[in-house]
Design a protein. Structure first.
Lengths: 109, 342
């Protein structure tokens, strides 16, 4: 986990192209929505619902990429394609915590 | 800003994606309607008025593939460009979108320069298609335009039961000699506007206009329950409209128009005739010849409407007409029983 949780260049680019206010609003929306998506992921894993699992992972992946949260997007992509392996769910939750922290910092700064 | 703003439907089940995409599109000057799943998307599309759809693939219930398939199988929506925006994994999924008829595929997160270029190009194509559609409608009648859209164009005909109506203006040449050409064109335009209205409001199509004459089809390309009856009702309306028109003309001391109508019913061969470069929807056969002869014969008899026996029997109002038995027509070996309806 040496890579930074969020590539600030991607985030800056988002702020520049869409406006700082909108970018902040988008980050806030993601931080609101993400716990629900992770809960969906966990529920799908518990029920063994492969389609729901893939869809939840897909959503997290596409949102993480918007903010440059590449390590989070990578784990989500891994789950989308290969399902849950090697404690992927725990890794994803830990990585989300790091990314959320970094995004909050960036929004406050 | 853009030259031609479009009305876009953004379909995505993910809130962050929806916000980002709609904002990006609005910044390019377009207006956006949002749909958060496939079912809502299809509801919105049914309301109409969209120029383009930005469609996500991964959605619960009705996914993007199904929305795409529904759009492409609906004759009213088929030409609507769809750009798939997704981060779906696997080349085969992208190929599937294109095969289903998507105009393009943009991976997420959507690159804004690429988005602008794709939107401009798709909206321009859509504008050209709409223009074509309008032109087609102007020159080919709505029914033929729809028939072309639905079944495509191919030279050739098929046998169908239909009614054919011929109509022209009495002594039009003499009428036009007394007026300025501009006034003649204006008179013709009024006449055609009224006749088209009467014909199309009863399910007929005008498929031929020559000078002051026209030929209309009932029962082709769109089948009618009783094509002969529709033709006769339309003809009565045409005569009523001309009477009203003439009353108005008389008040303005302007020239009046008298018309003659012939209707025949039976088998015709209808379809597209011509070449790949230039063709028209038309129909041929003895029924067509009969209708033309009947129309011409109204001058001899001095009446407004003559119909053949097939038409008369289908209309089923025996008291309404006068039978003219055994009339000989050029090109017909047997004399025909015909009926004067007006």
């Amino acid at each position: 986990m040496s890579a930074p949780p969020v590539d600030t260049a991607v985030l800056t680019d988002l702020q520049d192209s869409m406006g700082a206010n909108f970018a902040a609003e988008l980050v806030a929306t993601f931080l609101q929505e993400a716990p629900g998506m992770i809960a969906d992921l966990r529920a799908a894993a518990a029920e063994g619902a492969a389609d729901d699992l893939r869809r939840a992972a897909h959503s997290i992946k596409s949102n993480a990429a918007i903010f440059g949260a590449e390590p989070l997007a990578d784990i989500a992509r891994e789950i989308e394609i290969e399902g849950l392996r090697d404690g992927a769910l725990a890794r994803l939750e830990a990585e989300y915590a790091r990314a959320a922290e970094a995004l909050k910092d960036a929004a406050d700064g | 800003m853009v030259d031609a703003p479009g009305r876009l439907l953004v379909v995505d089940d993910n809130k962050v994606n929806r916000l980002l995409l709609s904002r990006s599109v609005e910044m390019l000057g377009h207006t956006v309607t949002l749909a958060e799943n496939g079912r809502i998307a299809l509801d919105r599309l049914a309301e109409g008025g969209f120029d383009l759809v930005l469609l996500d693939i991964e959605m619960p219930e009705i996914d993007g593939f199904e929305v795409l398939a529904a759009i492409k199988s609906d004759p009213e929506l088929r030409d609507l460009p769809v750009i798939v925006t997704s981060s779906v994994e696997g080349l085969d999924n992208i190929v599937r979108c294109i095969e289903l008829g998507a105009e393009d595929y943009l991976p997420k997160p959507v690159n804004k320069v690429l988005l602008k270029a794709r939107l401009t190009s798709c909206l321009e194509k859509k504008r050209l298609r709409d223009e074509q559609r309008t032109l087609l409608g102007r020159f080919a009648t709505q029914e033929v335009a729809r028939d072309l859209r639905e079944t495509g164009f191919s030279i050739g005909g098929r046998r169908i039961e239909a009614s054919v109506l011929f109509c022209d203006i009495r002594d039009f040449t003499a009428l036009s000699e007394d007026q300025r050409p501009e006034d003649t064109i204006e008179l013709l335009n009024s006449y055609y506007a009224l006749m088209f209205d009467a014909i199309s409001s009863h399910g007929g199509i005008v498929n031929l206009m020559i000078g002051d004459g026209l030929m209309a089809l009932f029962g082709a390309p769109k089948p009618l329950e009783n094509a002969a009856l529709s033709a006769v009702v339309a003809a009565r309306e045409m005569l009523d409209m001309m009477a009203a028109f003439n009353a108005d003309q008389q008040m303005r001391a302007a020239p009046q128009i008298r018309i003659g109508i012939g209707i025949a019913s039976g088998e015709v061969v209808a379809g597209y005739a011509g070449t790949q470069e230039r063709a028209s929807y038309t129909c041929i056969g003895m029924t067509v010849n009969r209708a033309a002869r009947l129309e011409s014969h109204t001058k001899t008899v001095g009446c407004s409407m003559l119909v053949d026996e097939g038409t008369y029997l289908a209309v089923a109002e025996p008291s309404a007409g006068t039978r003219l038995a055994g009339v000989a027509f050029k090109g017909f070996s047997e004399p025909l029983d015909i009926y004067r309806l007006a």
